[in-house]
Write a protein that binds this ligand. Structure first.
Ligand code: GTP
Ligand code: MG
Length: 236
């Protein structure tokens, strides 16, 4: 992989405690990849920490926004910047190390044969560590529901660990995606599939966050429940 070819986009809100390990591991496993942190004015100083680590490691850019605008919006802006700068592959991943950077080489390798590669928790049974039974049941049920409603041929419809070829993001017109949270993650996959792109999954072991607090909410899940119907009925 050449420098300037792959950009890893990481949305952050109060992820200061996870940044050093995250950026160090990305550098270790995919030394040529650049990173874009999209921070929404985290009160814990995530953006400053990212800049300081970036000076040490190189290849780390910070897109700082004034206030919390949501995961979907962070990805829309991050992807737009990545496309403007000419990257051929754009990766989405969480900052809390649930998406371990050691899987990045497998994601990138699979993207030689697929247009959108998904790091999947549900490819071979369930590979999630440290979730309560309740949370696991909710995620499995939400995935089954999303799969049935949208007809998406993937096991993990809500995964945020993905590698897009730039053509996919150009074709689905990222700026026009409407949803946020989990619904956004389903929407990018759905629209990619509807455009006829090849989707592939690679297995990952998803580990619950050790540091920091969740930004997930019941409202996010509830919004996604109707959003999948909106996607299907719009047939976009
Ligand atoms: N820029 C930005 N990032 C966000 C926002 N909400 C969440 N994130 C980031 O999106 C990623 C996923 O959020 P998480 O809180 O880990 O969501 P989750 O994985 O469903 O839940 P837990 O891991 O249990 O906390 C993390 O890197 C967050 O910091 C937001 O409004 N703006
Ligand atoms: Mg998380």
């Amino acid at each position: 992989m050449n420098r300037g070819e792959t950009l890893v986009v990481v949305p952050t809100y109060n992820e200061c405690e996870n940044l050093e390990e995250l950026l160090g591991q990305i550098r270790l496993h995919v030394p040529a990849a650049d990173v874009l942190i999209v921070d929404d004015g985290s009160p814990d100083g995530t953006a400053d920490a990212a800049r300081a680590l970036g000076e040490r490691l190189g290849g780390v850019d910070v897109l700082q926004r004034g206030r919390r605008l949501g995961l979907g919006s962070a990805y829309r802006e991050g992807f737009r910047r990545g496309l403007e700068r000419g990257y051929r592959r754009l990766v989405s991943m969480d900052a809390d190390l649930s998406h371990e950077p050691r899987y990045l080489p497998a994601l990138l390798a699979a993207s030689e044969r697929a247009d959108l590669v998904i790091g999947s928790r549900y490819l071979h049974g369930v590979s999630v560590v440290n979730w309560s039974l309740k949370r696991l049941a909710l995620s499995v049920a939400a995935n089954a529901y999303a799969r049935v409603v949208t007809g998406l041929p993937v096991r993990d419809c809500t995964s945020g660990f993905q590698c897009f070829r730039r053509e996919v993001l150009e074709a689905i017109d990222v700026a026009r995606l409407r949803f946020s949270g989990y619904a956004f993650l389903i929407e990018v996959k759905y629209r990619s599939h509807r455009h006829g792109f090849r989707l592939a999954e690679v297995p990952i072991i998803f580990v619950d966050r050790r540091f920091g607090v969740t930004k997930n909410s019941i409202a996010n899940i509830a919004q996604s429940a109707w959003a999948v119907w909106a996607m299907r009925l719009r047939r976009g």
